[in-house]
Every structure is written in structure tokens, then in C-alpha cells.
Design a protein around this ligand. Structure first.
Ligand SMILES: Cc1cc2nc3c(=O)[nH]c(=O)nc-3n(C[C@H](O)[C@H](O)[C@H](O)COP(=O)(O)OP(=O)(O)OC[C@H]3O[C@@H](n4cnc5c(N)ncnc54)[C@H](O)[C@@H]3O)c2cc1C
Length: 269
């Protein structure tokens, strides 16, 4: 219990980034009085829209929404507060010096058609790997919405978590365990060299999976990028979809804040 300006709160969150705001939204929804403290005069953390030149507003850090879960949009009723997601399609376009442009469309057949023009063998590999990754992603995706397991065999809670994790992996084959370990720990560069022949297709896959990483594609663990993208998606039905908040990134955070302030003033459920 903390007192701020003579008020007592059940929960205090330091930092109004999108995670702090979302946590505050859920706590308030559970009936707890919640205080969010932010050192800046704008909420959103890295997910903000700011004036970068007179009259010109832009996302100043995060530029795309990929990890925003559909459950959060639904639970916090963000659409009712004006949030509108616009899918990025294509999610990525890679131009080459010879003038060719490869696009990564949401529709897999459309991507495969583009890849087939470059290498029919790689197009086939792309489909096989995509199926494999989507299968593996299904084992990991539920963990996003659960507390991390505490695998302690000395307590009842630890056993129950062990059971929960075990149930998630029920039916996994030994081949899938090997694939999972290799995607979680291997290097993307090695994976691409082993599986693809076209340098252009390798470039497309690298562009989609190592951006934002301060290191090269041959570092151990970089293959995770392939799997990670399929764990994302603001649309439940479509793995790996990215989108933008209509009105830029900070708009999403301002919707969560607005929802919370509406709740305080009694304007919502
Ligand atoms: C350049 C860049 C680009 C990115 N692009 C993307 C992207 O396109 N898509 C994507 O999904 N993710 C992107 N990310 C990652 C994403 O922005 C972060 O994962 C996300 O912002 C984390 O949210 P958060 O709420 O945990 O923390 P933050 O967004 O970092 O928010 C933390 C908040 O806490 C406040 N704070 C810190 N200390 C205190 C204190 N002592 N008192 C009061 N307030 C405090 C800060 O001012 C800030 O507002 C990007 C990150 C960076 C840096």
C-alpha cells in the first residue's frame, strides 16, 4: 500500500510505457486502485508519437505493432476507445541493385509465387519451413499469456507448473524437439546457408529477422527470429502479422490511457 498526495493505492506502477499502461488497465479492471507514475510528460515509453518538426508528428521509436495481443485489445476494449489497427501488407519489401523488388505479403501463396520466379527450389523450402515453424509456434504461443513457470519440484506449485508445461508439449515428436532446440539456439546465417540457394531469398529472410539486432546473423540464437515472428500478430487468425495503429504508434498507448481515464471518471463499464 502506498500513499501519494494523501491517497492510498492498491498498486503503483512506475513507468507508463505500453506494458505499464496495460498492466494498469488490467489491475483497474480487477477493481484495484492503481497509480501509474511517469517521469516524462507523455505516456507510451518507446511507443509514442511526438512532434519532430513544427506541425510534423511521427512515431519516434517503435514504428510497428507486432506483439500487441488480440486478447489485450479485446479485454481493454481498445477498439471502443478508437484503436484501429491497419495490417502491413506487404510486411516487408526488399529492393535489389538490379531493380528487382521482393515483397513479403501476408498471403503465403503470393510470397511463394514471387520466390518461385527466383528459385523454385527455395520457394518449395519456404513453404516447408513455414509449415514447420507454424507447428512449433503453436507449442510456444500460449506461454505469452501465462505467468512464467516456476519449475520447482519441492513445492506443490512447482509440480503444478511442471504439469502445465508438460501438457503444453504433449504429443511433441523427437524430431520437433530437435527443430525447436535448433531454432531457439542456432544461427540464422547457418540455417539459411543449409536450406536456401538464392542470395536474394536469403537477404529477404535476413531483412525480416535480424533487424534491430546488434550483431551478425551468424551469432548463436539468431534463428529464433524466424520463430519469434510467428508468435506475434495482433490478429488471432493470422500468425506473424504486423500492423500500424491508425494515427501512428503513440495512438495505441493514448487509447489505453484514455480507457483508464474514462474508467476513473466512470464513463465505461
Ligand atoms: C528504437 C526502438 C524501436 C523499437 N521498435 C519496435 C517496434 O517497431 N515494434 C515493437 O513491437 N517493439 C519495438 N521496440 C521495442 C518496444 O518499444 C519495447 O519492447 C517496449 O517499448 C517496452 O515497453 P515497456 O512499457 O516495457 O517499456 P518502455 O516503453 O521503455 O517504457 C518505460 C517507461 O517508464 C518510464 N520510466 C522509466 N524509469 C522511470 C522512473 N524511475 N520513474 C518514472 N517513469 C520511469 C519511461 O519514461 C517510459 O515511459 C523498439 C524499441 C526501440 C528502443
Amino acid at each position: 500500500m502506498t500513499t501519494v498526495a494523501n491517497r492510498i493505492y492498491d498498486a503503483v506502477i512506475v513507468g507508463a510505457g505500453h506494458n505499464g499502461l496495460t498492466a494498469a488497465g488490467y489491475l483497474a479492471r480487477a477493481g484495484l486502485s492503481t497509480l501509474v507514475l511517469e517521469r516524462r510528460d507523455i505516456v507510451g515509453g518507446c511507443c509514442v508519437t511526438e512532434e519532430i518538426a513544427p506541425g510534423c508528428r511521427a512515431s519516434t521509436a517503435s514504428y510497428i505493432a507486432s506483439m500487441l495481443r488480440p486478447e489485450v485489445i479485446r479485454d481493454l476494449k481498445l477498439a471502443d476507445h478508437g484503436l484501429r489497427m491497419v495490417p502491413c501488407d506487404p510486411a516487408l519489401q526488399v529492393p535489389f541493385p538490379d531493380g528487382q523488388l521482393i515483397s513479403w505479403w501476408a498471403n503465403r501463396e503470393r510470397v511463394v509465387t514471387e520466390l518461385r520466379k527466383i528459385s523454385p527450389k527455395d520457394a518449395e523450402t519456404f513453404t516447408r519451413v513455414d509449415d514447420q515453424l507454424k507447428k512449433l509456434a503453436r507449442y510456444l504461443q500460449p506461454f505469452f499469456l501465462e505467468p512464467p513457470p516456476q519449475l520447482d519440484t519441492k513445492s506443490l506449485g512447482g509440480w503444478s507448473d511442471l504439469l502445465r508445461v508438460g501438457k503444453r508439449f504433449r504429443g511433441i515428436s523427437s524430431a520437433e524437439i530437435c527443430q525447436l532446440v535448433s531454432f531457439l539456439t542456432g544461427s540464422l546465417g547457418d540455417f539459411l546457408d543449409r536450406n536456401y540457394e538464392s542470395e536474394k531469398i536469403k537477404t529477404l529472410l535476413l531483412a525480416n529477422n535480424v533487424y534491430g539486432k546488434h550483431g551478425g546473423p551468424y551469432q548463436p540464437g539468431t534463428a529464433l527470429g524466424l520463430l519469434f515472428h510467428l508468435l506475434t500478430g495482433f490478429l488471432r487468425t493470422c500468425h506473424g502479422r504486423y500492423g500500424r495503429h491508425h494515427g501512428s504508434d503513440g495512438f495505441g498507448c493514448s487509447r489505453i490511457r484514455r480507457r483508464d481515464s474514462d474508467r476513473r471518471s466512470g464513463r465505461t463499464d
